[in-house]
Ligand binder design. Structure first.
Ligand SMILES: [Zn+2]
Length: 152
């Protein structure tokens, strides 16, 4: 099977696949399950109190394994961002342009995410944002992804 490329030449079709679907592992299954309920979980260390993201079974500050889940407030600020106009990995060619951002959460950690529901020219470093969700169905699975919008 072939399709027609940008310059009219035939090229092999790419397999139907997506690069935005996570592969939960034992340490992250609970995180993704909470996302389905629209709850953003972070890990907090009970030894040094550092909160971290992405979730790990140990504290990246002091290496203690005495960590627990806490729920994020959903408040944060844009640490940095970029408007993406081209991304060749599926499904992003259908989603450009979009705003990729690193949001610093109120609890401290910074997370890679997207800023949505905002004109690109209004996105700014230090802009206050709040958590919202993108719900998606892929094959027989449902996924919810934490993203941020301007704070109300
Ligand atoms: Zn620690």
């Amino acid at each position: 099977m072939t399709d027609v490329g940008e310059k009219g030449r035939e090229r092999p079709s790419r397999p139907k696949m997506r690069f935005d679907i996570p592969t939960p592992e034992p340490d992250t299954e609970e995180f993704w399950e909470a996302c389905r309920a629209h709850r953003l979980l972070l890990r907090k260390c009970n030894e040094c109190s550092k909160v971290h993201y992405y979730p790990r079974p140990f504290c990246p500050g002091c290496w203690s394994e005495n960590v627990e889940w806490i729920e994020a407030s959903g408040r944060g600020r844009v640490y940095t961002y970029s408007i993406v106009h081209r991304n060749d990995l599926p499904p992003w060619p259908d989603k450009v342009p979009y705003c990729a951002a690193i949001v610093e959460l109120e609890e401290g950690p910074r997370m890679m995410t997207n800023v949505v529901e905002c004109d690109f020219e209004h996105v700014a470093v230090e802009m206050l944002v709040e958590l919202t969700w993108i719900d998606d169905i892929w094959e027989d699975e449902s996924w919810s992804f934490p993203v941020f919008k301007p704070a109300s």
